[in-house]
Design a protein around this ligand. Structure first.
Ligand code: NI
Length: 136
């Protein structure tokens, strides 16, 4: 019997979507407002889900206090109130789209969570736009 447990967190961050191989005009055409040269912010909602079999001793799939500490220490502390392009090491050459942010978060947390458990990241960039990694 597998169960999915999830922790929801929030962070605010600025970004700029930009492909250096393209002109400013092309970037503006492809990325629209998200390519504003002076950056702009989003209120990101992050859901980290862990799927596995509950431990017979505890009844837990994963200790939610531990999950909340992992997300805070390794993700939201690094990203909250930061400029993702300039203030983090992850997006120096990687475009900080919601897709790429979700993959980065997955890679960070995957190392911290036992490989017997499945890990999934759901990231809302706006109330209406969200990505899931890995895809269902
Ligand atoms: Ni944006």
């Amino acid at each position: 019997m597998k169960i999915k447990v999830s922790r929801k967190e929030h962070f605010n961050a600025a970004h700029r979507l930009y492909n250096p191989a393209w002109s400013d005009e092309e970037n503006a055409r492809i990325f629209g407002k998200c390519s504003n040269p002076n950056y702009h912010g989003h209120n990101y909602e992050l859901v980290v889900s862990v799927t596995g079999t509950p431990d017979p001793q505890t009844g837990y799939v994963f200790d939610m206090k531990v999950l909340s500490d992992l997300v805070r220490d390794y993700v939201t502390k690094k990203f909250d109130h930061k400029n993702l392009n300039l203030d983090t090491k992850y997006f120096k050459t990687l475009n900080p789209t919601a897709e790429n942010i979700a993959v980065v978060i997955w890679k960070i947390l995957r190392e911290k969570i036992d490989s017997s458990l499945d890990l999934k990241i759901t990231l809302y960039e706006t109330e209406r736009n969200y990505v899931e990694y890995p895809a269902p």
